[in-house]
Design a protein around this ligand. Sequence first.
Ligand SMILES: O=C(O)[C@H](O)[C@@H](O)[C@H](O)[C@H](O)COP(=O)(O)O
Length: 219
Amino acid sequence: MSELRTFDDRKTLQRAAGELIASTLRAAIVERSEAHMALSGGSTPGPVYEALSTKESVDWEKVVVTLADERLTPSEDRTNSNQALVESTLLQNAGRHARFRAPEAGRDLPIQDLILLGMGGDGHFASIFPQLPNLEEVLSGDAPDVMHVAPDPLPDNAPYERLTMSLPAILRGRSILLLITGEDKREVFEEAKRSTPREHPISALLAAEPAQLVTYWAP
Ligand SMILES: O=C(O)[C@H](O)[C@@H](O)[C@H](O)[C@H](O)COP(=O)(O)O
């Protein structure tokens, strides 16, 4: 059964998320001599990545970072890419020793020790949006690990086609940390337990009842 933890405020949530990710990475390195994690973009995780970058207790040279999704920005908009977000927040301080691997459509990913997700107000996660023409493919059990998707219409706040991990690739993650903030998104999260993936894509993740999913929420 997945777990929901609530926090008094976003700063406390972000600090706790950094701690959880660091301990997950340390445990993975002890067990398998390396750790793989896939990160999301958005407005919530930046401070998590910054806090994480200062953790000297993580053997960062053994950490490989990729993205749960990526915005296919033109070169002049590169600062809006998720890679740019991760480079400017996580890949500094101690975290600069981690290796970054950009996702490629059709290229298999190693099992991720940790996948960090956010959720949009429409119930999207990674770049699995309600308006994906190929939504069923991205959610199907035989989907490739990474897929090219073209939300139609493109999202207002980041109007780009995307690369996204598929649902089966996400469900293969050893741990999945979902960060949600605000009352509105909490309502969407609760509603998604009873709706369809076309209404709220996150409902497909929740319907799988992944035991490795932990959701952090703050007002
Ligand atoms: O490229 C992106 O925008 C993200 O990967 C996206 O899936 C994000 O996780 C959600 O939109 C939630 O974003 P917040 O962090 O702003 O809630």
